[in-house]
Design a binder for this molecule. Structure first.
Ligand SMILES: [Zn+2]
Ligand SMILES: [Zn+2]
Length: 361
């Protein structure tokens, strides 16, 4: 598979067509839409990587001419597909997708070090999933050092000019690529563009800028979450130190306990087992709701098994909307496995009665 085949475009496709194909493929295979589907996740990563190559004119040209790109050579491979499509993580693919389609809020500006994301899996109970709620979580992460505010420098010792770049913050170098050599100006890796370095390291974190520890965080869960969804909390992940910005906290919804209910998108189905005489004559029942209360339900006479009684707006909250789905009470009829002789006689009498004749009986 080459990047063109992965996106389903031909080699003469315009940048616009390539972008459109990527958008469609990425949307179809997005993990949010395919929770728990590892094949979709692989495809999502593949299309992200394919687009990464084809959206970069230099790499596209290099691929068109040599069937490979810079990065596959650099990784020491023989230019095979494995090298091209290796090395992209789901986080990278998601970030690329967000950035390409402008869903990103903020994002990392060039040169700023971004901390790693922290991923936490949580299980929800029915009420939390249906109505939302607030969770207090305790997570283990690298937090900004309180002493130096994450810079790693002793704030009283001052700074001195970086010797590596002579205080410029930038270094120019010549980069040799398959397409010739380019003179590039890049950020100084020692002072990371600042042009200066602290004279003394922070003694509290020994210059790292972060401290490992437990942090508590309160998270508001929206109503209507589904297994496989995740919530991204910007800036609540690991702090990278070195004056960088923290990564994100990603809360994955691992499982939801629906109790006696079955979920059908935004509706909840509650199986209510009633007796055969109740089905024929009608009766009143009480059914549980997701919020832990109960509701009275009237089953009218002549109700068949499989009938669903709809209780409006008592189901799951709809994600990012104010409305709720419905609660469907599904009637099931209890059939006794054994009956007494006297009961059998009653049933045989009923069977002869015309009202009890079934169509196919
Ligand atoms: Zn420097
Ligand atoms: Zn510190």
């Amino acid at each position: 598979m080459n990047p063109y085949e992965i996106l389903g475009v031909d080699r003469n496709a315009s940048a616009e067509e390539i972008k459109k194909a990527y958008r469609t493929a990425a949307m179809n295979n997005h993990p949010d839409r395919n929770p728990g589907d590892s094949k979709a996740e692989e495809r999502f990563k593949m299309v992200a990587k394919a687009y990464e190559i084809l959206s970069d004119p230099t790499r596209k040209q290099s691929y068109d001419r040599f069937g490979t790109t810079d990065d596959s050579r650099a990784s020491g491979g023989m230019g095979g597909m494995h090298d091209i499509f290796g090395g992209i993580g789901l986080d990278d693919a998601l970030r690329a997708f967000m950035e390409n389609f402008g869903f990103s809020s903020g994002g990392s500006s060039q040169g700023v070090i971004q901390g790693e994301d922290v991923t936490v899996k949580i299980d929800l109970d029915l009420e939390e999933a249906a109505l939302g709620g607030r969770r207090e979580l305790e997570i283990e992460k690298n937090s900004s050092c309180a002493e130096c505010s994450g810079t790693g420098a002793d704030r009283n010792a001052g700074t001195e000019s970086c010797r590596h770049c002579n205080g410029m913050g930038k270094i120019s170098s010549t980069r040799n690529t398959l397409l010739g050599s380019f003179r590039t100006v890049s950020q100084c890796p020692i002072c990371r563009g600042a042009g200066s370095l602290p004279k003394k390291m922070c003694s509290s974190c020994r210059g790292k800028g972060f401290e490992r520890g437990k942090s508590s965080i309160a998270v508001d869960l929206p109503a209507g979450l589904t297994k496989g969804h995740y919530i991204r909390l910007r800036g609540q992940g690991h702090h990278p130190g070195q004056g960088g910005v923290p990564g994100d906290l990603r809360l994955h919804i691992n499982n939801i306990d629906y109790g006696p209910f079955k979920r059908e998108e935004d509706d909840l189905v509650y199986p209510l087992t009633i007796s055969y005489p109740q089905a024929v004559l009608g009766a009143d029942f009480s059914v549980p709701t997701p919020e832990g209360t109960s509701l009275d339900v009237k089953v009218s006479g002549g109700t068949s098994a499989g009938t669903r009684l709809r209780l409006k707006n008592m189901g799951m909250g709809r994600l990012n909307k104010r409305s709720r789905g419905d609660l469907l009470v599904e009637i099931q009829i209890h059939v006794p496995a054994k009956v007494k002789r006297s009961e059998k006689e009653l049933l045989m009498k009923l069977e002869e009665s015309p009202s009890f004749k079934a169509k196919n009986g």
